[in-house]
Design a binder for this molecule. Structure first.
Ligand code: SF4
Length: 368
């Protein structure tokens, strides 16, 4: 149903505004460039058509369900796109990109975007700029469109407005009389909605913020991971007496740069700067001490009592971070739950039980 709604929106955007859409896979890519080329993006974080994808297809059986799901979407060849953006943020995604390139029946031209690994330094900036220029050249060629610097500057401005609104909504989460399920249904439109429409949707939520309102009842937790799935996750959290106080999901909160970057000058340079300002993410081999500091700050700012490290099965970058992040957060007095899910179609009894036990422990103040 959700898939059909998204497809209807993208079809309408194409017929009414002449905007085709491209597919984009996790995690991070310079979306401002697509907006400047007047192209929509349909991000694919899982196979939203239904059940858990168990068929490894052309992939190794031990790869994460995210790439398996994306492979299933590509395999059905009903995605309606001629271009797929494949960020090289992990080995699994890189492998899928190579397979997609060698599989013409999937009907997409693969355009990659590579990130520098590790910390910000002059070589990383040079690499990122070269990568961005190659990305733009590939997109122009694939789409038959030309990127105008003035359009890119406008697109950056629009994305800044979206990020400001998203940050405002997330910061005032506890003063919003909205369930997490309803809120995230809007927030996840970022995966397919044109930023101007998304800005309007976020504006409607911002209008409901009452800064003086009492904090919502329940135990606040910080969620950190790739994507807020499976379906029913937020309803389950609510049922066990908790809510999402802080968001560090790659699909949502990790899209907001630490600051807005340079406001004038070369727009290509501004995009490079904005990419470097994105919150730490293990898929770009960020220093885990930065992620730990961010999670501590999120918990402190939102009054969250615990952190859920929510990983997808076989997600190596996230799993690599778990022990060190967990230990450091526990040392600072936060309770931590490592929750591993598989992009199941619905929350399972086991997931619900683990969340319930964690929230009970937070409520009781017992140690982990
Ligand atoms: S391994 Fe992790 S980062 Fe890579 S595609 Fe799978 S879920 Fe995403």
């Amino acid at each position: 149903m959700k898939d059909q709604r998204i497809r209807a929106y993208l079809d309408a955007q194409k017929s009414e505004h002449g905007r085709p859409w491209v597919l984009a896979f996790p995690v991070l890519y310079p979306r401002e460039v697509l907006t400047a080329l007047d192209v929509n993006v349909r991000e694919v974080w899982s196979d939203a058509s239904g059940g858990l994808v168990t068929d490894p297809g052309k992939l190794q059986g031990y790869l994460c369900p995210t790439v398996r799901g994306i492979q299933a979407v590509l395999g059905r060849a009903q995605h309606g796109a001629s271009v797929a953006i494949v960020p090289h943020t992990c080995d699994s995604m890189q492998g899928l990109g190579m397979i997609a390139r060698a599989t013409p029946e999937w009907g997409v031209r693969v355009i990659t975007f590579r990130h520098p690994r590790g910390t910000d330094r002059p070589a990383a900036r040079q690499f990122l700029r070269r990568e961005l220029e190659a990305f733009i050249a590939d997109l122009q060629d694939a789409l038959g469109r030309t990127l105008e610097p003035s359009k890119l500057a406008q697109a950056i401005d629009l994305h800044r407005k979206v990020e400001r609104a998203l940050a405002n909504v997330l910061a005032h989460r506890a003063q919003l009389a909205m369930s997490d399920a309803d809120l995230y249904a809007v927030l996840r439109s970022i995966e397919w909605m044109h930023p101007s429409d998304l800005l309007a949707e976020l504006g409607k939520i911002e209008a409901q913020i009452e800064p003086g309102a009492p904090r919502r009842p329940g135990v606040g937790v910080v969620m950190s991971g790739m994507t807020p799935e499976p379906e029913g996750l937020f309803e389950t959290l609510q049922d066990v007496g908790a809510y999402v106080a802080g968001d560090d999901y790659a699909a949502i909160g990790r899209r907001i740069p630490a600051d807005e970057g340079p406001m004038d000058g070369d727009p290509i340079g501004a995009v490079v700067e904005r990419l470097l300002l994105m919150p730490p993410c293990p898929t770009r081999a960020s220093d885990s001490s930065r992620r730990i500091a961010r999670l501590r700050q999120l918990a402190q700012d939102t009054g969250a009592r615990g952190v859920v490290l929510h990983t997808v099965k076989f997600c190596e970058p996230e799993l690599f971070d778990v022990p060190i992040v967990r230990r450091a957060l526990e040392q600072s007095g936060l309770k931590v739950l490592h929750l591993e899910t598989e992009l199941e179609p619905r929350v399972t009894g086991q997931i619900a039980t683990r969340l319930e036990a964690f929230v009970e422990m937070l409520g009781n103040g017992r140690s982990a």
